[in-house]
Ligand binder design. Structure first.
Ligand SMILES: *Cc1c(COP(=O)(O)O)cnc(C)c1O
Length: 491
């Protein structure tokens, strides 16, 4: 006889548990008189819900909750996502009754604390990025991109330069960049990277013209490399009449070190839910504030939080005739703004500088530990993240997907894989500043062992992960014919 599988009962769906008539509540019959309900609204058959006891339900959902992997259960080096640990105190601040209970329609005179927080946060972000003003309204990074590009478009139109509809995007860019440009009604043209992973300046020269609205760039770029020609690039784009957009989703490497405004950028968006400590990954809420240089301020979304110089009162300014209008209801995801503000104040300028230094040091350390077994995609000093390639392992018959799946057996969330697209078999690792030396070493040891396994026992990787309730998913079938609803088996 087979030994009982200790998890088999646990892996049952809630609908497969229980027994007819079993339930969780033993209330007396309802003594409120029935009232007439239109029969068309009445259910004719039972809803066929799970009939389980309270303890079965609680155990089921508690077990499910432990199946999740998050930054609070283990190391999560997902490149370009900044999965760092977020201090718990921020949650307490976001829940303060004066913040959590504020209503977006209440009279600004009664919400001065909330407005002061937004005003001061926008000020901090402007100083950190070298921008003139920030709108806190966009709800995500991609939403910030759309907002920033709409401002750029409005700027060109206002100057009677409406033919500028092309956005130049490097081939190493995050996928949201070309997508946002397309949603903004602009045309995307790709700028190739040179062999060093930097923007190819000759190719840029060829692409620049009087139809270019902007170049979208991130620096350090998605390869983790600092674009050393940034001043020349900014000069070329501006000379051609275009503007520069900075994708600052992962700004860990630059805090108090360098500022997009000083590099020549006209627009920047930040992901507060990456760089400035809001837990993320489950689909929101986030915040993607947009900062702009002086000439673009009139086009920012409304309302903007202003401070009356005479009375010292904070107010909402919606009377801005050149504004692109609101991009979201009210003032953005306020709870995320509170967390970011708390994080910035807690760290201060010195603390933020230390965040950057640690993010870059951790990435550089890990990269060097992996060097003996993996190929470094672009062997230049990396910033907060770096890209290695699994091509040596691929030649031995193990794909980067196999390596990533095997990491799950070692208790780690795999890094970003197959991105950026310009690197074959890419693994993009972002350890973040919140990890200890011990964690980085343990992860590096696991990666080196996996490289060894790829040589000596590749089948171990082909079937990985081995310790999860489900192993390899049929991703194609899951996407094409998803099963989203449980049906009771016939009979
Ligand atoms: C995460 C990310 C984005 C998109 O941010 P969302 O909040 O997910 O919309 C854009 N660019 C880069 C480089 C990113 O890492």
């Amino acid at each position: 006889m087979n030994a009982p599988n200790p998890t088999s009962e646990k892996t049952l769906l809630i609908f497969e548990r229980g027994a007819p008539g079993r339930g969780s509540s033993l209330y007396p019959d309802c003594d409120v008189p029935d009232c007439a309900v239109d029969p068309v609204l009445l259910r004719s058959a039972s809803p066929d819900l799970a009939e389980v006891s309270e303890v079965e339900a609680v155990r089921h959902y508690t077990w499910l909750s432990t199946r999740n992997f998050g930054v609070e259960t283990g190391f999560y080096p997902l490149g370009s996502c900044t999965m760092k640990y977020n201090p718990k105190e921020n949650e307490a601040f976001a829940r303060l009754p004066g913040f959590a209970g504020a209503h977006p329609l209440q009279d600004p005179a009664t919400a001065q604390g909330c407005l002061a927080l937004m005003h001061d946060l926008a000020d901090w972000l402007s100083r950190l990025c070298g921008m003139s003003a920030f709108s806190l309204q966009p709800a995500a990074g991609a939403h910030g991109e759309l907002t920033g590009l709409m401002c750029i478009r409005a700027y060109h139109r206002h100057r009677g330069d409406a033919k500028r509809i092309v956005v130049l995007v490097p081939d190493s860019a995050h996928g949201t960049n070309p997508a946002s440009a397309a949603v903004a009604g602009l045309e995307v043209r790709e700028v190739p990277s040179g062999p060093d992973g930097m923007v190819d300046l000759d190719a840029l020269d060829r692409l620049l013209g009087d139809d270019v609205a902007a170049l979208m760039l991130t620096n350090p770029n998605t390869l983790g490399l600092f674009e050393k020609n940034i001043e020349a690039i900014a000069q070329k784009v501006h000379a051609a009449g275009g503007l520069l957009y900075y994708d600052g989703a992962n700004a860990n490497a630059i805090l108090m070190q360098s500022r997009p405004g000083d590099m020549g950028f006209d627009v920047v968006h930040l992901n507060l839910h990456k760089t400035f400590a809001t837990p993320h990954g489950g689909g929101g809420p986030g915040a993607g504030p947009v900062g702009v240089s002086e000439r673009l301020v009139p086009f920012l979304p409304v309302p903007l939080v202003m401070k009356d110089a005479v009375s010292g009162q904070y107010l909402l300014d919606a009377d801005r005739p050149l504004s692109i209008g609101p991009v979201r209801s009210f003032y953005g995801n306020f709870g995320v703004l509170v967390r970011a503000y708390a994080y910035i104040l807690r760290n201060g300028e010195e603390g933020l500088a230390a965040v950057s230094e640690a993010a870059v040091t951790n990435a550089s350390y890990l990269r060097e530990r992996l060097r003996p077994a993996y190929r470094i995609a672009y062997d230049a000093p990396s910033m907060h993240e770096f890209v290695i390639t699994g091509t040596p392992q691929k030649e031995a018959g193990c794909s980067t997907l196999d390596l990533a799946k095997r990491l799950i057996d070692y208790g780690y969330h795999p890094p970003t894989i197959y991105f950026p697209l310009v690197v074959k078999e890419a693994l993009m690792v972002e350890p973040t500043e919140t990890e200890t030396r011990e964690t980085l070493d343990a992860f590096a040891d696991a990666m080196l062992r996996i490289a060894e396994e790829a040589r000596t026992s590749p089948e171990l990787l082909h079937d990985a992960p081995h310790g999860t309730p489900v192993s390899r998913l049929d991703e194609l079938r899951a996407a094409r014919t998803p099963v989203l609803r449980w049906k009771r088996p016939e009979g």
